[in-house]
Write a protein that binds this ligand. Sequence first.
Ligand code: NDP
Ligand code: 2IT
Length: 449
Amino acid sequence: MVPSLDEKLELIYQEVLHRNPGEAEFHQAVREVLETLGPVLGKYPEFADRKIIQRICEPERQIIFRVPWQDDKGEVHINRAFRVEFNSALGPYKGGMRFHPSVYLGIIKFLGFEQIFKNALTGMPIGGGKGGSDFDPKGKSSDEIMRFCQSLMTELYRHLGEYTDVPAGDIGVGQREIGYMFGQYKRITNKYESGVLTGKGLAWGGSRARTEATGYGTVYFAQEMLKTRGESLDGKTCVVSGSGNVAIYAIEKIMQLGGKVIACSDSNGVILDEEGLDLELVKRIKEVDRRRISTYAQSRKHAVYRDGGNIWAIPCQVALPCATQNELNGKDARNLVKQGCIAVSEGANMPTTPEGIRIFLDAGIAYGPGKAANAAGVATSALEMQQNASRDSWTFQYTEHRLHQIMVDIHKTCHETAEEFGAPGNYVIGANIAGFLKVARAMVAMGLI
Ligand code: NDP
Ligand code: 2IT
């Protein structure tokens, strides 16, 4: 059964539907947050009086633009790009850029909306934003990627700045793409403004541990949830979906903490390796050779590749969805619970459908929603901005220590907030309310913004 919203929140939700037609993912992200805010409005009537929720649901600025570029044969292509500058109550807009053919305004708005609360939870001075394009990087040469990034930045640069809006990576955007965008920004502005983009290379202003941050942090969040139940990752059988940046470093941290990861995936299929994944092989395939995960089974003969397979059909004790939105549905959730899964920590943004979330919560397993569990990526981006501002460069050990502490603190905040609002162990309620309160208080303090 779909939980009902109280009357005030239902009206706000209907208005969001009406004002943003056809943006299913944005509606889903808004509804999930609104479903948890009833008790907050009861306790703090000034937020309703000041229409804080309605204002948070409306982006401060939305930029949509054309990106023309030429492929290696000289043929002209036109893509559409977006930057949604959602909320700057806590700091400059901050959030990644996604390059994937499925990108449209509704995807960028859902991601930007999630980012507001996630960034608030980190405790760092960053607002929420997100961007991207329907450009498909698959099968493109490095030169084509460069020309696309340069063309995109030729428009986007005017909206950015270290105190204004600071993009980073997301699906399809890693250090290579950030490099091409940074180079073009530098050329156009004639400024070495390191803090305008994060996820940079170490030699040109990047932070140690940014590459690892999201995956590591998702595992730290799982570890903290397990601790509250007297459990740990040591000896646990784990499954991690995806095989991109977040998945790879989630696998690495699970292994460091004594867990065994037996499966990962890409959008074509699933690799099952009962002996435990060979992480160096996964890294070589994905980070160096940029090939499909199916090729893993050619090098590890006992591993099985299931073309079109469903990774959530594989029994595990800990599940980490690290690929994309709505990749884990109600049926998958039921299956995981039935087969003994005790914890789910989301490396991806909104990977579990609303039905899946309800099943996890009803079953009482430890469920860490993305806006809390994957916050170490953006938190370490904020640490990168700190290093850039002070023209400093920290060690890996120190930076990882900082990101670990941030995740421990986020877990504690979510846990305590859930208890305060009468829902112990419910990290959805904890994360949404704690994130919301921070942004709402700042907005009230700043007047009608
Ligand atoms: P990558 O591009 O590095 O990897 C994405 C992975 O997910 C690939 O294995 C990809 O497979 C798979 N994937 C993407 N789209 C789909 C789809 N529609 N169906 C099935 N599989 C898909 O991206 P990241 O690892 O950076 O991002 C993964 C998730 O983590 C995203 O939800 C992102 O928003 C989130 N995230 C990322 C952060 C970061 O710092 N990078 C921070 C916080 C969250 P294929 O190659 O076949 O497309
Ligand atoms: O979803 C996310 O938090 C990211 N893609 C990272 C954003 C960032 O600015 O580092």
